[in-house]
Ligand binder design. Structure first.
Ligand SMILES: [Zn+2]
Length: 387
């Protein structure tokens, strides 16, 4: 496929304007990139953070960079990916959301975004004489400059978990209020920064590649998110319209993942075979099989500690969290598999899990346990202190 060739030759799209000879270089670190629409500002690329191939954002490359030429310059991220030409860009989505000033507290800040000229399939094919309208899978190379967020797993103390849970719930609710779903709540899409004014820590969501406006028809299959964190209802009914509860449940799976997998910010195992939750992302036979496995994980009869030794002090509260969320489906799990596979009634409460009111239930549950109060507040009192 023509696109693949372009994807493989991904790096050399930037000519180095800081060098006289403008030759293309295989290693772009140290390179300066001009920002289209922002004259006088440029990016100095320092490190490749992530190199991904996915269904929606094919060949995504993420650089850490320094934004030069503006007053609040600092560490940023340059994200470049091949995306459907017709799909709204992450830059567009984030600009819309940031029209509300509260967005800064919940989601990543975007500084710039542009589409590389002449990279869409339609344009390239048209140049060779093919009618552009015949191109169905048309992609273009898009660049977005974003605020740098630290990986969430660096907030590694047990008492950080409630703060992460509360912060991300608030972010999901903020998006919902603006009539957006994130649709890919996962460990990799949460991050944090330290506010210079109060030394408080702010937890935010990033990566809006799969996000969707409530009113828009789905442009991409919405079960392309990160599998281990995907809601049971979504795994079971992949064609159902997206719901607020799917994003909320993904948050719960993320928290359960952190307290089982990480030990002071690092995975607590060496070999993949020893991964305590490997059944969530490999060796399953079907999505329904995965649903059964994850459901069994939540159920009292197969109860094991929800936490590893490092997070053992949270075991009681994480158990209660899992059971509180799973409460409507316990009955379903007690049915014989043949009965549970039947018509809609066979779901025995699965649909009830995703009523919008359950988000309120979860919020109340967190408030009752002081998850909304930083244990060690910053100087402004709204965040927890960074040390
Ligand atoms: Zn603060």
């Amino acid at each position: 496929m023509e696109m693949e060739d372009y994807a493989l030759g991904f790096n050399p799209f930037f000519a180095d304007h800081s060098k006289q000879d403008r030759r293309l270089r295989p290693d772009l670190c140290g390179l300066s990139v001009n920002i289209q629409d922002l004259p006088g500002q440029s990016l100095k690329l320092s490190k490749v953070l992530d190199r991904r191939t996915g269904i929606v954002s094919r060949a995504t490359l993420v650089y850490r960079a320094t934004l030069e030429g503006r007053r609040d310059a600092g560490d940023v991220v340059l994200k470049s990916s091949w995306q459907h030409h017709a799909r709204r860009s992450e830059w567009y989505v984030l600009q819309q959301l940031h029209e509300d000033s509260r967005a800064r507290d919940h989601i990543v800040v975007a500084y710039a975004g542009w589409e590389q000229e002449n990279t869409s399939g339609a344009h390239r094919r048209a140049k060779f004489g093919t009618r552009a309208s015949t191109v169905l899978d048309d992609r273009a190379l898009r660049h977005t400059v974003l605020e740098y967020l630290n990986p969430i797993t660096k907030l590694s103390d047990p008492w950080h978990v409630p703060y992460i849970g509360w912060s991300v719930l608030k972010a999901i609710q903020f998006l919902n209020e603006k009539r957006w779903y994130h649709r890919d709540i996962s460990i990799g899409n949460m991050g944090f920064l330290t506010l210079p004014e109060c030394r408080g820590v702010l937890v935010k969501l990033h990566d809006f590649d799969l996000s969707k406006n409530h009113g828009s028809s789905s442009e991409t299959p919405h079960w392309t998110g990160t599998l281990p964190f995907m809601a049971l209802g979504l795994l079971k009914h992949q064609e159902s319209p997206h719901r607020l509860g799917y994003d909320v449940e993904a948050l719960i799976w993320c928290l359960l993942w952190i307290v089982r997998v990480y030990d002071d910010g690092k995975p607590a195992f060496n070999e993949l075979e020893d991964h305590p939750l490997r059944g969530w992302f490999r060796d399953w036979l079907s999505l329904h099989d995965l649903v059964d496995r994850k459901l069994a994980y939540l159920q009292p009869p197969t109860r094991r500690p929800f936490t590893n030794t490092f997070y053992r002090s949270l075991d009681g509260v994480m158990t209660h969290l899992a059971w509180t969320w799973a409460a409507p489906i316990r009955e379903w799990n007690n049915l014989e598999p043949s009965e549970s596979e039947g018509p809609e009634t066979g779901d025995g409460g699965l649909a009830n899990m995703y009523e919008d009111s359950r988000t309120v239930t979860l919020q109340t549950w967190m408030e009752e346990r002081d998850w909304n109060r930083p244990r060690s507040p910053c100087s402004c009192g709204d965040h927890f202190a960074d040390n």
